[in-house]
Write a protein that binds this ligand. Structure first.
Ligand code: CA2
Length: 143
């Protein structure tokens, strides 16, 4: 069975609990449930994870990448700082779709640069939880 990995970085555990004006009112569990439903309909298995620690994300990218599984990655603020994630994606030849809830290009300039984008297959930003669903549709189309 095809496995899709959805990996979430720092502070995304707060989704729906703080800053609803920027990130909306859906929680990360809501996002998981939405993706779970779509994966079940397509007979695909979902691995959905969140960590506040860069090393966890590096390990998960390595594992998924080495198994050839597609990854939907919202690295949170690590998007803008993490050469380690860039190296992990590149090193594992991982197929990554970068997602963001907010339109990072319409926000502070420090959010305009991504270490993930150059090693991602594509980027989806600005559609709230639908960003994840759009990424999943792109993955499903390529399976
Ligand atoms: O828009 C996105 O999905 C981001 O990846 C979210 C990150 C931010 O650093 C990126 O620039 C864009 C922040 C995730 C923090 O999420 C929170 C959610 C609710 C309350 C506080 C933080």
């Amino acid at each position: 069975m095809t496995v899709v990995h959805v990996l979430n970085g720092p502070n995304l555990n707060l989704l729906g609990k703080r800053e609803p004006v920027i990130y909306g009112s859906a929680t990360l569990d809501d996002v998981r449930a939405m993706l779970e439903e779509r994966c079940a309909a397509r007979g695909v298995s979902l691995v959905f994870r969140q960590s506040n620690h860069e090393g966890d994300l590096v390990t998960w990218v390595q594992e998924a990448g080495q198994s050839g599984a597609p990854i939907i990655l919202n690295a949170g603020a690590l998007t803008h700082t993490s050469i380690a994630l860039y190296d992990a994606i590149k090193g594992a030849n991982a197929s990554v779709i970068e997602v963001h809830l907010s339109n990072v290009h319409a926000r502070e300039s420090f959010r305009h640069h991504s270490y993930i984008s150059p090693v991602a297959r594509g980027v989806i930003a600005g559609f709230g939880p639908t960003s994840y669903l759009l990424a999943l549709e792109a993955v499903l189309e390529n399976i």
